[in-house]
Design a protein around this ligand. Sequence first.
Ligand code: ACO
Length: 175
Amino acid sequence: MSSTFTPDSKLDLLFSADLISSEVKTQLHQDVHIRPLASTDYHRGHLDVLSVLTVVTDPGEAAWVAQFNAMRSAPNTYYPIVIVDKRSDKIVGVGCVFIERKFLRGLGSVGHIEDIAVDKNQQGKKLGLRIIQALTSISENSGCYKTILNCSDANIPFYDKCGYQKKENEMAKYA
Ligand code: ACO
């Protein structure tokens, strides 16, 4: 795949790019671009950036695209976003918010922020902050009464800087 920057108009995006805050877009450095995940992002290093966060097993392109399509077939639910380095057309930051519908709080919704990662060479340039701002904006514009996430103690200062506060505890049971 070419390393020339691919504009949104030439991509098959998982959701409308209009849902990404224009304020966040203008705050980004001119060398990078924020947009929804695209169906060809398997070739732009999507899994490489995720591997900064945890162990990633490459499922192969066909399975990756099937997962992309499964997310898209649940409308108004999954909002994976990426930050692309325009000079290489490679992904340097990722994150997702998914919207959970509830029966409580007047049939309210909650936004869950998941899988935030920034390429090691690009950390410390406010890309993580912009990803969180963009996802929080999607969550709030979807009508969510709160946006939540789980993180390690080491990442608490980062989320503090993003305007989040520590609340309660996380429980987990791995299969
Ligand atoms: N400890 C203290 N402060 C931090 C930390 C940290 N670990 N990380 C960032 N900050 C501060 C920055 O110094 C900056 O402060 P400033 O505004 O005073 O200058 C502010 O937070 C914003 O930092 P960014 O530059 O936007 O952070 P970055 O782009 O490096 O992204 C991230 C942060 C996502 C945690 C990145 O370091 C990363 O990918 N880490 C590995 C993967 C990871 O842990 N992801 C989060 C998992 S939790 C989840 O997914 C819900």
